[in-house]
Design a protein around this ligand. Structure first.
Ligand code: GLA
Ligand code: ZN
Length: 684
């Protein structure tokens, strides 16, 4: 999707203020003051848009959209299915979700509907159709925001009603064809749970079957499929009358839904980011996690995405909700832009007076109008985006490194009652990702279906499951000159969660043979000697034998002392490395630092960055370097080359001084920069 401008604005809920025209008038004036050029309307407006079944009231919305447009503010229009009106739930019980324990939820809260329900779909289609017919008449509307944070709110996100059970069975029939195939794939002969009738199959629930890994995995896949089907249904409903682009707002690495699958239906990716800044004095872990989420959103379409929601001050739903310290609002907003966002949008414009979110941060507080620190911070971001618009808008990050993060692997790994019960895929992934972040290297995040060609380095930690064709793809990638890094507890099961037998699918590429895996307790922790230094290993130590691989590090203790813990294998034109043990941050930083050297990738400042500082690069007509300081103190970063600040023209050479929580946008001055673009160095 083409962005005409960088967007600045956010969720606007004027339906809560329709009886206060002076508030609505003030909103428009203050939005202009805050450099807001876009709002999201209608997210939770169903009860006002359709106060009783079939009675549609869209005039108020049309008037607001038009007034905003006359004032230079465009609208992202939401379909209102994120929350249901009472007339709907009262008349059509079957539209409400059924929990795993079999009980049907009562009305209220949000995201409380059955995404299979024929009635829910019918009502959503009628409502969405009315909005779409209206949209055609109002040039102020720029795109669709389908529903809201699909699957959010309730812990398992899924509906277990009879309609969903039927749909699940149908989905399984299409996938497996016969029960015999399904029984084989799920290994049901274990504990004598062979299915003899499709109707015996039930979604995994705590008081029933939940220990059959194949069933659990397919249920996860089905939930994504069915939620995506509802998303497609809503998209088709607006598409009947409108050709505007569509998005839906994602959330972080949201365990219940495979976003790599869902994203295929969207024209542009958007997501809601609520980092827990100021939880600790060291902001780096939060910065790393947030950077990873932004990176994934960009990587899905390899294109600019939208920061659809963020809080201008503090949220209201954590145990304690610290205010953003001076500088953090700008830094947090620019972090999204640094990773490829073309928008900074907030939840929400104005604080409501009542109910659950009355103390959730917003651009406008209950009191003091524009005379607040938050309003000034927001205005500052709006001004800056306006100033840098033309430079930033058409650029995007083009990393030479990719990491594999895959939902199906996450689900299977979480279920695997294996060497440890506390294996955390996300945490492990983030430790590896952090090594690149600290080095100032942008990373694309792909799933197992993602394209590897073109990356100089691909890292796939804890890649427990190999989907069909994955091992062959890795083999081609390494053979063609890529560098592939993976870790212990990888390549254990196939895509229906059955263990591989015979040999590891990448045995030749990795040049090792796995034998057994130790999960030592605290008192038995081991260490590795690597590059002349000693590094502690963590909760997994795999015992492997080097076949063709070179051993770079060995275990220091226990019966597997002296056996390989870090290996590297030349294969074709490339290299495959294996980390047989779980490692901490210090080791990973050193190890990946060497990998990056080997493939000739350095950060765009060509510098070693001080702790808390990172850099991201958006490539375009002019390459832009976003240098971010997550320390609440002034830091100095030594750099190679000359740079000018895009905001002020101020020049830097040899070093850059960053204020506390500052993000500088720099343009490289020299013309003969020979590039950090490792892609060119991948031998092909
Ligand atoms: C989510 C929702 C919003 C709002 C915010 C509060 O992102 O989409 O409607 O509830 O959380 O942080
Ligand atoms: Zn259901």
């Amino acid at each position: 999707m083409e962005f005409e401008h960088l967007l600045h604005g956010g969720d606007y809920n004027p339906e809560q203020w329709l009886d206060c025209p002076e508030v609505l008038r003030e909103d428009v004036e203050l939005m202009k003051g805050a450099h807001v050029n876009c709002v999201t309307l209608g997210v939770f407006s169903w009860a006002v848009l359709e106060p009783s079944e079939g009675e549609y009231r869209l005039e108020w919305l049309e008037e607001i959209i038009d007034t905003l447009y006359e004032n230079g503010i465009s609208t992202v229009l939401a379909t209102p299915t994120g929350a249901m009106p009472h007339w709907l739930t009262t008349r059509y019980h079957e539209t409400m979700q059924v929990r795993g324990d079999g009980g049907r939820n009562l009305p209220g809260r949000r995201h409380n509907f059955c995404y299979t329900s024929v009635k829910m779909r019918e009502k959503a289609r009628q409502m969405d159709g009315k909005l779409a017919q209206m949209a055609a008449k109002h040039p102020g509307i720029r795109m669709w925001h389908i529903s809201n944070e699909m699957g959010g709110n309730f812990s398992d996100s899924a509906c277990h009603c009879e309609q969903c059970q039927q749909a699940f069975r149908q989905w399984l029939k299409e996938k497996y064809g016969t029960l015999q195939e399904l029984n084989r794939a799920w290994w049901t002969v274990f504990w004598s749970h062979v299915y003899t009738d499709w109707n015996q199959i039930h979604s995994p629930v705590p008081h029933g079957e939940c220990l059959l890994h194949g069933l659990n995995l397919d249920w996860h896949r089905f939930v994504t499929h069915q939620m995506t089907d509802f998303l497609k249904w809503e998209i088709a409903s607006v598409r009947e009358y409108s050709t505007l682009p569509v998005t839906t707002n994602f959330m972080f690495f949201f365990h219940p839904l495979d976003y790599f699958k869902m994203q295929k239906e969207l024209d542009v990716i958007s997501w809601d980011s609520y980092p827990a800044w100021h939880k600790r004095k060291d902001e780096v872990p939060v910065a790393v996690k947030t950077a990873a989420f932004h990176s994934m959103m960009r990587s899905m379409k390899k294109a600019p995405f939208m920061l659809m929601e963020s809080v201008p001050s503090a949220v209201n739903w954590r145990g304690n909700n610290p205010l953003k310290r001076p500088g953090m609002h700008m830094l947090s907003s620019m972090q999204a832009v640094a990773h490829g966002s073309n928008t900074v949008q907030y939840f929400q414009w104005r604080k409501g007076r009542g109910a659950f979110e009355k103390f959730h941060g917003a651009v406008l507080d209950h009191k003091n109008g524009a005379d607040t620190r938050t309003f000034r911070d927001v205005t500052g971001v709006g001004e800056r985006l306006g100033r840098l618009d033309a430079l930033i808008r058409r650029s995007c990050n083009r990393p030479s490194v990719a990491m594999v993060f895959d939902w199906e692997n996450w689900w299977a790994l979480g279920d695997a009652t294996g060497p440890r019960q506390d294996l955390d895929y996300q945490k492990t992934f983030l430790r590896h990702y952090r090594a690149f972040w600290e080095a100032g290297i942008d990373v694309d995040i792909i799933d197992m279906d993602g394209e590897m060609d073109g990356y100089a380095l691909v890292a796939a930690p804890l890649n427990y499951m190999y989907k069909k064709g994955y091992a062959e793809k890795v083999e081609r990638y390494v053979d063609g000159g890529g560098m592939y890094v993976t870790t212990c507890w990888s390549g254990i099961v196939g895509e229906s969660d059955l263990c591989f037998t015979g040999e590891h699918p990448l045995r030749k590429v990795l040049g090792i043979r796995q034998e057994e895996i130790d999960a030592p307790s605290e008192e038995f922790k081991n260490h590795v000697v690597y590059g002349g230094c000693v590094y502690p290993t963590g909760g997994l130590c795999e015992v492997v034998h080097a076949e063709t691989a070179q051993v770079l590090g060995c275990y220091g203790e226990d019966f597997y002392r002296g056996m390989p813990a870090v290996t590297e294998n030349r294969y074709g034109k490339g290299t495959a490395c294996y980390l047989a043990a779980e490692f901490g941050q210090t080791f990973l930083n050193v190890f990946y630092g060497e990998c990056l050297n080997r493939v000739g990738i350095e950060n765009p400042l060509r510098a070693k960055l001080p702790y808390g500082v990172t850099v991201s690069e958006r490539k375009g007509e002019t390459d832009l370097l976003f240098v971010q300081n997550y320390k609440e103190e002034t830091v100095e970063a030594v750099c190679t080359g000359e740079y000018a600040e895009a905001d002020t023209g101020k020049e830097w050479q040899g070093k850059i001084v960053l204020e506390p929580f500052e993000c500088k946008v720099l343009v490289r001055k020299e013309s003969n920069h020979n590039g950090t673009d490792g892609k060119e160095r991948v031998a092909k």
